[in-house]
Design a protein. Structure first.
Length: 261
């Protein structure tokens, strides 16, 4: 019974945080405060009543429409709430209420915001990337076990190396791309985002995140090119996906490649 109740509690906590992440996604891309004003309909700007702002449930009961003006509310709101809840639950079932659970929950929450802001505006807010780097460094010092060490200074060191390696390798690749293609090939936001990932996951996972993101991004880029003829895509979402894959399946991936040898 305790396990069932704890799973439900973690999932409900996740969807509530997902509701706040929706606010961050909408407002950060527009350089608005995520604190004030209160949640409003994007069409008629009327404040959303508390009973119309219940994660998942309100969207279903209102059938994705504003109670006041009948304007359509994007399914993305429901999706981000559900996605956050599922990710929190998966982390809990894999890690329990451990230091890593809280660290990875913070990281993935930031990556969710970065992903959808980047999709919409082709930017990654510094509040997420630079703020995430600071939080990753502090968390690694206070809870060094997320880097598999009991020593606080080693936790901070591993996090610092993750920032340098994650951000550094992407910065170098961007410089090479700029030289070869004679135009900007990698945004500064992507560099800071991988540095943030390294702050939480360490340099090894940051290195693994990059090829995973590149493979998925290349496939997505081909599809976008065929469908829209555009050659530029936001890379931040694929770095986020690469980090997610690392968190849940890095052990299986590395074991597979070592087995091939």
């Amino acid at each position: 019974m305790f396990e069932i109740v704890s799973n439900i509690f973690v999932f409900l906590s996740g969807i509530c945080i997902g509701s706040f992440l929706n606010v961050c996604v909408y407002r950060m891309g527009r350089e608005q405060s995520v604190v004030k004003p209160s949640s409003r309909c994007p069409h008629c700007q009327k404040p959303i009543r508390w009973f119309d702002n219940i994660p998942l449930l309100s969207f279903l009961l209102l059938r994705g429409k504003c109670r006041d003006c009948g304007g359509k509310i994007s399914f993305r709101y429901f999706f981000i709430e559900l996605l956050t809840g599922v990710i929190f639950l998966a982390l809990y079932r894999d890690l329990g209420l451990s230091d890593r659970f809280f660290a990875y929950a913070i990281l993935l929450s930031g990556l969710i915001v970065a992903t959808f802001v980047d999709f919409d505006f082709q930017i990654i807010p510094d509040e997420i990337s630079l703020g995430g780097i600071a939080v990753g460094l502090i968390f690694s010092f206070l809870f060094p076990t997320i880097h598999s060490t009991p020593l606080h200074w080693l936790g901070l060191w591993d996090s610092f190396l993750g920032v340098l390696v994650g951000g550094g390798i992407l910065w170098i690749l961007g410089c090479l791309g700029d030289f070869i293609f004679k135009k900007e090939s990698m945004g500064g936001g992507d560099v800071k985002l991988l540095a943030m990932i390294g702050a939480f996951l360490g340099w090894k996972m940051a290195l693994l995140t990059l090829p995973l993101a590149s493979v998925v991004g290349a496939i997505a880029g081909i599809i976008v090119k065929i469908r829209t003829k555009q050659s530029l895509i936001a890379f931040g979402p694929y770095l986020s996906l690469g980090a997610l894959i690392c968190i849940f399946w890095s052990g299986a991936i590395l074991s597979f490649f070592f087995t091939l040898k």
